[in-house]
Design a protein around this ligand. Sequence first.
Ligand SMILES: NC(=O)c1ccc[n+]([C@@H]2O[C@H](COP(=O)([O-])OP(=O)(O)OC[C@H]3O[C@@H](n4cnc5c(N)ncnc54)[C@H](OP(=O)(O)O)[C@@H]3O)[C@@H](O)[C@H]2O)c1
Length: 527
Amino acid sequence: MTNKTMTDQRLQGVAANAGRVMEPCTLVLFGASGDLTQRMVMPAIFRLARRGVLSPEFHLIGYARTRMTDDEFRARMRKAVMREPREGDEQAWTDFAARLSYLPAQYDGDDLQGYAELAHRFEQLDRGTGAGARRLFYLATPPELFSPIMKHLSDAKLAGQAHHPATGGWARFVIEKPFGHDLASARALNADIARSFNENDIYRIDHFLGKEIVQNLFALRFANVIFEPLWNRNYIDHVQITAAETLGMEGRGGYYETAGAIRDMVQNHLLQLCALVAIEPPAEWNSRAVRDEKVKVLRAIRRIHPGKVKHDAVRGQYAAGSINGKRVPGYRKEEKVATDSQTETYTALKLHIDNVRWAGVPFYLRSGKRLAKHETEIVVEFKPAPHTPWMPGGTVGKGVRPNLLVVKVSPEEGIFIRVEAKQPGQGMQLQSINLDYCLSDERGATESPSAYEHLLLDSMRGDPTFFARADEVESAWEIVEPVIKKWGSEKSPDFPNYTAGSAGPASADELLARDGRRWYDSTDQAD
Ligand SMILES: NC(=O)c1ccc[n+]([C@@H]2O[C@H](COP(=O)([O-])OP(=O)(O)OC[C@H]3O[C@@H](n4cnc5c(N)ncnc54)[C@H](OP(=O)(O)O)[C@@H]3O)[C@@H](O)[C@H]2O)c1
């Protein structure tokens, strides 16, 4: 089977799973002049349109302050989606472009004409489809605009009143990260939203949850009898979750100064992965049951006592170095970054999940910028084999490595299991081999935007299973809050403490070394 056929089948599978071509709907994309729109959202929507998954009555209204005509907006979007043109794209684009329009307007402030104009456009579109108002509002703006936009939509009766089950109408909101800056602001944002809208209509997006391989964790664990009985403290030694990036700030230093690695990656993506690795089997397959179980895991994660932050949490900041042979500046020399910045570009945490399944099994999480490799993965290390009869005394000795299950999340998606096998020939010499499943079936196909495609479809179908619920987000903030507070109150005298292009700060290695462990790296993989 060719790569293209596989990808087509996979994407048709996405639609088939959805059960049908989507019902007519209008997507309003706030922040339509921005980076995320062009890199992720629009390419994902176009791919859905290309595959015939969207209704012919799907319409998209781009909303932002930048002055552009409909045609200028279309030209900009065309450039964004045609970065990798494919066969047949020109015709598909022409059909798709006819369904795009643009509305230059303010999000907030005194001039709220934009919302009145939106109402007018909805009226025209609803009349055209005759199918009741179905509206998806995608908030791809800076986070300080999330609350005001939702309030104005509510005040202008553009969302809530669409909820007429008799006409099949609905209004849903996809909200980008970051969801809050800390626990208090996340709670305030949730409270603002709850004043006007129903939680079931809120889709807090975390694109890691849209990845095939991440959703596969459920299948891996609960559809395979060889894993589920082992998936607990009796057989698992520890879990490592890594999100390593080679990129630096890429012009986003201003945002990153207010965030840092713990807010940018750990509070959302890594804790979501952690919850899915540790989750109990949901009693039913629906968004409530799945998210209830995720929340239980997050609540069971032991809060790090301020006195233990130094012991269980590591922070780092990169100095100048080289990535792939190219010199790169240190964090403090990046654009819009303070020369004495205390922002961490690397975080590692040791977490404990205080429940029956995971008692005594540490979960080590780490994420950093400007590291040697771009790699996101989950490593589950099993306990050593209890007895190897051919070894002196039958004990586990040198050369017997514990089994590993590695879920590769990015840039490739796949799973491999490292097992021990006999080397061919005389005697009982062992070698490690990988049982390997690679999901990456074509260059770039498994990288975003496919995660965005999954999630956009889910939001159109009304399935929030793979989106974060209000209580999940707050629980995740509760976990990182003590660390953020401690770091906010104490300077890190050793910053910068790792070189760009390295594996991160030495203190992160010490975090595991103290427990007699070390971070997994590709040399641990079988040849
Ligand atoms: N870019 C990414 O890779 C990425 C990844 C994950 C999450 N996100 C999140 O997605 C959202 C959008 O990200 P983005 O990178 O597309 O952001 P962006 O390009 O900075 O902003 C999106 C649009 O919002 C408007 N805007 C920017 N700053 C504003 C301000 N101070 N006041 C009012 N409007 C402003 C601009 O449009 P107008 O001036 O035309 O109105 C801009 O084109 C953010 O919440 C971000 O955190 C982004």
